[in-house]
Design a protein around this ligand. Structure first.
Ligand SMILES: [Zn+2]
Length: 396
């Protein structure tokens, strides 16, 4: 049976930049493998973020995995809870909880860093453990994740107004005032009290750059129809980030663990490739997610983003292609959403994709692969979940 591989570089697409001579990071990057594939591939654009939904990786990756976010998306927190296999009640409300750095937790406060200086997991673990203790006797349960990404479970919260609080994702408000979010938190006094307790503790604890927690992306527990039944494929995901693992786990896919996969530019690329290829011995679909280009976009670092894309080409796409070149395989290269360096956050622009069939290469693809050439290829998939169906069908 043929194999299908999705190679997803988070936030890879972007907008043209003056410092790159009017090119995007993807365009400016040296990507010999993508440029080799492009002429032999079906390229186009895909709308992974439905109109009116926030352009988050949670929404966009759900689309790429073939599920309609408008039906299934309840929030980012619930997806990451699925990754951890947390036991939840239907009425629980699950928040993503970032460790962040603020100037202060007042209406004059400013969001300085959504990642608390990219805090490491060993640094973060004791802090979150202590926060969990401090939440004793409240409806809140702090749950450790990785790096700056943790969870806050609010028992019975789905039945309260807290489910509706509009808190902005911290990576969207870098260097911005936080008064509007504090006002929203304050409408739920137990939440504000928890934030204040956490802030006092973290400010006094000078071992890290974290000064506060920032709960957001809340929702009811996630439920997805099984991937195997929906698409008739045994599938797996490979990713360093909890939200992709959570989507996979909720869809009943295998979640392949790779030591040293960390979501940064020095991730274990070879380990991810090996895990994906190993799975294809027993399955038909694998989704390989690389986080680094997105992180570089958030950092506003054009040169580093370009480098992250080059490493993706060289250490993910190239070895996957080499291993599958003589098998019956469909290799799809895309990203979940744009993370333009100039914006330092996600946008909802439709994403470029490339579909290469090893046994049926095309001859009419673009010379190279980037945002412009994908758009110029003329194929537009308006409903993101249809990209997977399209790739499995005869027309790709
Ligand atoms: Zn991002």
């Amino acid at each position: 049976m043929s194999k299908t591989v999705f190679l997803v570089a988070d936030g890879m697409a972007g907008w043209p930049l003056d410092i790159l001579g009017g090119r995007t990071s993807l365009h400016a990057a040296s990507t010999p493998t993508l440029d080799l594939l492009a002429p032999k591939s079906r390229c186009g654009l895909c709308r992974t973020v439905p109109h009116g939904m926030p352009p988050g990786s949670d929404v966009a990756n759900m689309s790429l995995l073939g599920y309609d976010p408008q039906t299934h998306h309840t929030g980012r927190g619930p997806i990451e809870a699925a990754a951890q296999g947390l036991t939840l009640d239907q009425d629980d409300l699950v928040w993503r909880m970032n460790l962040v750095r603020l100037t202060e937790l007042t209406d004059a406060g400013v969001m300085l860093d959504y990642s608390a200086g990219h805090i490491s997991t060993p640094e973060a673990a004791p802090l979150v453990a202590r926060l969990a203790d401090m939440a004793g006797g409240t409806p809140f349960q702090a749950v450790q994740g990785i790096q700056y990404r943790h969870l806050l479970v609010q028992r019975g919260g789905a039945l309260t107004d807290a489910a509706e609080l509009a808190i902005r994702p911290p990576h969207d408000i870098l260097d911005q005032n936080i008064a509007q979010d504090l006002t929203a938190y304050a409408s739920f006094p137990e939440m504000l009290a928890f934030l204040q307790t956490a802030h006092e503790y973290l400010r006094a604890e000078t071992t890290s750059e974290a000064t506060s927690v920032w709960p957001w992306g809340q929702g009811r527990p996630l439920e997805l129809p099984a991937f195997a039944e929906r698409f008739g494929l045994r599938g797996a995901v490979v990713s360093a980030v909890d939200l992709v693992k959570g989507l996979g786990r909720a869809a009943g896919m295998e979640v392949l663990e790779v030591p040293g996969a960390n979501g940064l530019i020095d991730t274990n690329y070879e380990g991810k490739v090996e895990a994906a290829l190993d799975f294809l011995q027993r399955g038909e679909f694998v989704y390989v997610h690389v986080e680094a280009p997105d992180e570089c976009g958030h950092m506003g670092d054009a040169a580093l983003k370009k480098r992250a894309i080059e490493l993706f080409d060289q250490r993910i796409v190239a070895p996957i292609l080499a291993a599958l070149a003589h098998e019956d395989a469909t290799i799809v290269v895309t990203c979940d959403h744009f993370t333009p360096v100039a914006r330092r956050t996600h946008t909802e622009d439709p994403v470029p994709f490339l579909i290469y069939r090893t046994q049926a290469p095309r001859t009419d693809g673009p010379n190279v692969f980037n945002e412009d050439t994908a758009k110029g290829a003329g194929l537009f998939i308006n409903d993101g979940r249809e990209l997977l169906t399209f790739c499995l069908g005869p027309d790709a």
